[in-house]
Design a protein around this ligand. Sequence first.
Ligand SMILES: [Zn+2]
Length: 136
Amino acid sequence: MSPEPACSCGIYAYHDIAPMTRALREEPYMFGGAVLCWGRIVIHPEGIRAQHARPLALCRPESPAVQQRTALLLREVTREYAIPLLELRDLVAYASEFGASYKPEPTPPSRSGLDRVRGAFSWRQVRRRLGKAFGG
Ligand SMILES: [Zn+2]
């Protein structure tokens, strides 16, 4: 079944709007929007790959020139999927009504490993002290 952690297939989506906005600025003919994902999901630091996705909304392009060239297409697509065409600034509020993204933990794993070692060390010290206090 796909996507698998080792492969690259699936429907790609960013967790957050900031990297999506950056990607849209680099690629003027790429459209932004929000999707609802389900089925098999592979979680990456920047986003996810999903087995199924349904568009929730599309964003109006930032550039007025691109807006003009794509207005008809975006109107047809949003009508076909019965979804709104939103300004970029309104997308997060709209999408959050449908749920949140499964983001990976922001703490790097090496640090939490170090914290576990520290915790174990102090626990051993506490036991040693308790042992002395209670004669154990
Ligand atoms: Zn695959």
